[in-house]
Design a protein around this ligand. Structure first.
Ligand code: NDP
Length: 300
């Protein structure tokens, strides 16, 4: 395949995320000018997990670039559940905070469900609170988890109306697979959720007009598992050794080089789904600020 043919099939998540961030920045400026409101996003990080630190640093930077206030705390790794819940309570009551994000994973002494369920659902910009999970499952809106929301936006941008398409999601986690399935069901797809116990996974994948891989296993989904012309969304982020000794590189859950020859469109890793997650977090924070202040939510 020529570079031009590959480029035509690529879904440019990086560019799409930049466009979404620009729209959020514009609407944030409008909110400030018209109502004097500056959305605030608080990230709570417990401990010093390097990947979480990178994510939170990127999030803080992009929050400020969008014209929002970046708030929040880094707490020591031995923070008790009681102290973390007290911090959440403080943020729930703080009118300057419109969105709260607790960075996962949390240290072992803390029950993540207890923490997520303590966040005010109106400020739960990750969409993980039981109330928001229930609202999504019943098709009644609420805060939608950022990664699947980003995937849906890219799919609609590429394919338009998704009605009637067969969607297969490999992975059933609460943060990616299950909400992705709910969103595609709401978009009138016929949805199959596959997981580690699925019989004949390659055959299931070959039925997919839309294939979403959210597994966490490097290049597990092979080119010949893909239906010709299908749209492939690769959520996976896996570190593998690079050709150069001692270096690492990122790959997705899909064997990209083979898959791109068969698929009609595909997200690369890196530069596909990844950049959309923070862009959608900023979008959710803007939406939360509007709803909390009784202002019409902009269509972004
Ligand atoms: P989880 O580990 O929570 O879930 C993985 C899912 O994959 C499980 O449902 C598991 O099945 C399924 N699975 C594992 N092995 C197989 C297999 N051999 N065959 C079929 N299914 C399998 O992962 P997450 O959902 O949190 O993340 C998935 C990937 O997405 C990771 O690489 C993660 O880094 C990435 N990610 C990327 C984000 C982004 O911003 N781009 C955001 C979030 C995640 P079972 O339930 O049966 O165990």
């Amino acid at each position: 395949m020529s570079d031009a043919e590959i480029a035509e099939k690529l879904i440019d998540g990086k560019g799409f995320a930049a466009g979404l961030r620009a729209r959020v920045t514009e609407e944030t400026a409008e909110l400030k000018a018209a109502h004097g409101i500056v959305p605030g996003l608080a990230a709570v990080l417990v401990g010093e997990d390097p990947a979480s630190q990178v994510y939170v640093r990127n999030k803080n930077k992009q929050t400020v670039e969008a014209g929002m206030n970046s708030l929040g705390e880094t707490l020591p790794v031995d923070t008790s559940q009681t102290d973390l819940l007290a911090e959440i309570d403080k943020l729930n009551k703080d009118p300057a905070v419109n969105g709260i994000l607790v960075q996962l994973p949390l240290p072992d002494q803390i029950d993540p469900h207890a923490v997520i369920d303590a966040i005010d659902p109106a400020k739960d910009v990750d969409g993980f609170h039981l109330r928001n999970v229930g609202l999504l499952a019943t098709g009644r809106g609420g805060m939608v988890p950022c990664t699947p929301l980003g995937c849906l936006m890219m799919l609609k941008d590429r394919l338009g109306d998704l009605t009637g398409l067969n969607a297969v999601i490999v992975g059933r986690s609460n943060i990616v697979g299950k909400p992705m399935a709910q969103l595609l069901l709401s978009a009138n797809c016929t949805v199959t959720i596959a997981h580690s116990h699925t019989a004949d996974l390659p055959a299931v994948c070959r039925e997919a007009d839309i294939l979403v891989a959210a597994v966490g296993r490097p290049q597990m989904i092979k080119g010949d598992w893909i239906k010709p012309g299908a749209t492939v969304i690769d959520v996976g982020i896996n570190r593998v050794p690079a050709a150069e000794e001692g270096k690492m590189r990122l790959v997705g859950d899909v064997a990209f080089d083979d898959a791109v020859k068969i698929a009609g469109a595909i997200t690369p890793v890196p530069g596909g789904v990844g950049p959309m997650t923070i862009a959608c977090l900023l979008r959710n924070t803007l939406v939360a600020a509007c709803i909390q202040n009784g202002i019409d939510v902009p269509d972004i």
